[in-house]
Design a protein around this ligand. Structure first.
Ligand code: XUL
Length: 467
């Protein structure tokens, strides 16, 4: 059995799979706002005093981890049967730790809790997260010092991006030089939690590492020049970068004593939520594309080569199964649909009927614009997907799926899962042990909803090509 953990913006969840049988055996979740109200977050984050600042609390994450494992045990999960564990974390969030971190990890006491033991290890109490947009100036400084955004994008897969770790680290080093001096280690949400599980300092994986504007895509290592530009002394504070399938070690005795894990259970490196979702959606090999139709839309796909987006909108991350992946975010995706629906004062069924028709209407026009834009913005990836997997709330809408099939000239299949990141993490744990092939795991766990294939309508092909 394998455990996948997922520390996202709003919650920390767990999923245990039986990789031989292809079944999910247990699931549990802790909601940050509802279950841990003393952190006073709204949906798992707090706004800072300065414009654009958004934070989460690393102590809240570790308190949630203790509570989550307690809930799993209470629900009857036998954690001694877990062979390996991996995890998924919200991308870009940085955790700042002092030189007591490693010795504290090595000496975690199971009679106490994680939060009380780790509180003295933080050199910065809060962690800036992906929703933060306070770093416009730092982005400009980093990009101009390296010779422009094109160069930064060519090397790291992204132009200087406000929510990415590099700009966040630079801002902290500038605004709080003393606390920066006191910082011995900079981790990501994902690698920090992997350290806690393994009871020692562990590396950052290529999937999440690429979301920092610091990793050279071609070498898979830190780009020394960019690291030195980003913040003084940063090179000494970063852990190494390693492939996502690396086994970091055995689980810490803390978890063995407290939750009865097997002392031989392996901890595989954690990765970011988008790289883990790529695996959990069954799209880790090139040829498939995922479109997630939530409040914002995201498009992601595996890529063999690190091609980058010349217009700077898209990002390239490491694919946890090797190679690379693209990610493009489109803000206000389903939000725009909801606005139009309420303006027209119609039901979702009526919206869907209008979306199925090719007759001109505001609905037809909005959907055509959204997905023609998405196709155009994704062209730099040079992929013509055989299949597009769609997920998220709006994927239930037949008319939207048909529009995607027509515009991309691809078959569309629905995958209805609310936990693709956690599932991907558990599949990565099984894959990292070397006992299961990815192909086998994908066949068992990522089956599209039956009879959900939607094929392009040949009559619309020329119209859309002209548009
Ligand atoms: C990706 C991004 C978000 C977070 C959400 O670049 O910022 O998808 O990973 O958790």
């Amino acid at each position: 059995m394998f455990l996948g953990l997922d520390c996202s913006t709003q919650s920390f969840s767990a999923l245990i799979i039986d990789a031989s049988k292809g079944t999910i055996i247990h699931e549990a979740s802790v909601n940050f706002e509802g279950d841990l109200p003393h952190y006073q977050t709204s949906s798992g984050f707090v706004h800072g005093d300065l414009p654009g600042e958004v934070f989460s609390d690393p102590l809240m994450w570790v308190e949630a981890l203790d509570l989550l494992l307690t809930r799993l045990v209470e629900s009857g999960a036998d954690l001694s049967a877990i062979e390996a564990i991996s995890g998924s974390g919200q991308q870009h969030a940085t955790v700042y730790l002092n030189d007591r971190f490693n010795s504290t990890l090595a000496d975690l006491q199971s009679v106490s809790c994680l939060k009380d033991q780790l509180v003295s290890c933080l050199s910065r109490p809060l962690s800036p997260i992906w929703m933060d947009s306070s770093t416009a100036q730092e982005c400009e400084e980093i990009a101009s010092a390296i010779g422009g955004n094109d160069e930064l994008c060519r090397r790291t897969g992204s132009t200087a991006t406000q929510r990415f770790s590099g700009a966040q680290i630079r801002r902290f080093s500038k605004l709080s030089p003393e606390a920066w001096q006191d910082t011995a280690h900079v981790h990501l949400n994902s690698s920090f939690l992997a350290c806690v599980l393994a009871g020692k300092s562990v590396d950052i994986d290529h999937g999440d590492g690429a979301g920092m504007n610091l990793m050279n895509l071609k070498s898979g290592d830190w780009d020394e020049e960019i690291v030195n530009i980003t913040a003084e002394g940063l090179a000494d504070k970063l852990p190494a970068l390693k492939p996502s399938s690396t086994i970091a070690g055995n689980i810490s005795p803390y978890f063995v004593e407290k939750y009865q894990f097997n002392p031989e259970a392996k901890v595989a490196l954690w990765s970011g939520d988008n790289p883990c979702s790529l695996v959990g959606m069954g799209a880790a090999s090139p040829g498939k594309m995922v479109i997630s139709l939530g409040t914002s839309y995201t498009l992601f796909a595996a890529m063999n080569q690190p091609v980058t987006d010349p217009s700077g909108f898209g990002h390239v991350f490491g694919n946890p199964c090797g190679g690379f992946m693209s990610l493009i975010c489109f803000s206000e995706g389903a939000l725009a649909l909801e606005k139009l629906r309420s303006e027209l004062d119609i039901t979702w069924n009526e919206f869907s009927d209008a979306a199925m028709s090719q007759e001109q209407s505001p609905i037809r026009s909005l959907l055509d614009k959204q997905f023609l834009n998405m196709k155009a913005r994704g062209e730099w990836m040079g992929q013509s997907p055989g299949t597009i997997y769609v997920t998220g709330g709006a994927s239930k809408n037949q008319g939207i799926c048909q529009t995607i099939a027509n515009i991309f000239e691809s078959n569309v299949q629905r995958i209805s899962t609310s936990s693709s990141a956690g599932l991907g993490a558990s599949m990565r744990a099984a894959h990292a042990t070397g006992d299961f092939s990815l192909d086998d795991l994908e066949k068992k766990f990522t089956v599209p909803d039956s009879e959900s294939t939607i094929s392009p309508n040949p009559e619309t092909v020329t119209t859309y090509q002209n548009l």
